[in-house]
Design a protein around this ligand. Structure first.
Ligand code: SF4
Length: 279
């Protein structure tokens, strides 16, 4: 197809994708196939408790920023986490309730016991931002976009057990793409990204220079080119490991498609859906 377009002198269409799709391709091509290409999709495993917590906390914080400042107080934080709570993946009601109490404390401490201004009015909340490269039409949803000293800052909430580091923030392809896409969407400088870890109230900050962002976009372009070629191979009926090899390891314990992947099962422990919780 691309050869034909070239012969006709037509530009190749941009490959539409999210950073998550590119990272999925990079991390495990087989999981990429399961997630984006196979129809019907292989059955997913049961919901994870840690995913339920993350989703509830993200939704509660989005609701918080969407509430007029004069109506915000610690009681509202409690009510919003309660309203958004998901009990999927927990061993029982007691475990879910204990996790819910912890999540309320995280959110209250984040809003009232950290650098966060609980009455702030962010520029963007769960906002979709877009950017184009020579090969890709990138889009993604950002948890929060702040305006500080006349420039935008991308904030990503984290609720996992491990406290993210500055290296994690710098290494994240998604965050770098979000920074570029935020700058282009709002037409304002955005070179700083932050991982806000709710369980500890810490912030891991990365501030990019132009060269750093260009390297990340080049990485996105390269992954997008590979993913587009794999998509085309899939459309031609090539679905084997030569195009979509598995990438098994201990982390396969948390893959939603582990039951459909013998190599992943062999490389990882079978864990219950609440195993990533702090007990
Ligand atoms: S179980 Fe592991 S190897 Fe298999 S698809 Fe999932 S991530 Fe890939």
């Amino acid at each position: 197809m691309s050869d034909q377009l070239e012969l006709l002198g037509m530009p190749e269409p941009l490959y539409p994708c999210t950073p998550t799709r590119l990272v999925n391709w990079r991390d495990c091509p087989r999981r990429y196939r399961f997630t984006y290409l196979d129809k019907p999709q292989p059955p997913r495993g049961p919901a994870w408790a840690h995913t339920s917590i993350g989703a509830a906390v993200h939704s509660a914080l989005a609701d918080w920023w969407g509430t007029p400042p004069e109506r915000r107080d610690p009681e509202l934080a409690y009510q919003l986490v309660r309203k958004r709570w998901l009990s999927d993946g927990f061993a029982d009601r007691e475990q879910s309730a204990a996790a819910g109490r912890r999540a309320v404390d995280w959110v209250k401490d984040y809003l009232y016991g950290s650098e966060t201004d609980p009455l702030a009015e962010p520029v963007g909340v769960e906002r979709t931002v877009n950017a184009r490269t020579s090969r890709l039409a990138l889009s993604g949803r950002v948890d929060l976009i702040d305006l500080r000293d006349d420039e935008l800052v991308v904030v990503d909430y984290k609720t996992g057990r491990r406290e993210p580091t500055e290296e994690d923030a710098f290494a994240s392809l998604a965050l770098a793409v979000y920074a570029v896409a935020t700058a282009r969407t709002y037409r304002r400088q955005c070179v700083q990204v932050e991982l806000h870890h709710l369980p500890t109230g810490t912030r891991a900050v990365a501030r990019y220079d132009l060269a750093g962002l260009e390297r990340k976009l080049a990485e996105a372009d390269s992954l997008g080119e590979q993913a587009a070629a794999a998509d085309a191979a899939f459309a031609e009926g090539r679905r084997g490991d030569d195009v979509f090899p598995p990438n098994p390891g201990p982390g396969c314990s948390f893959c939603d498609f582990r039951r459909s992947c013998p190599e992943g099962r062999a490389a990882s422990e079978d864990r219950p859906p609440w195993s990533a919780l702090k007990q």
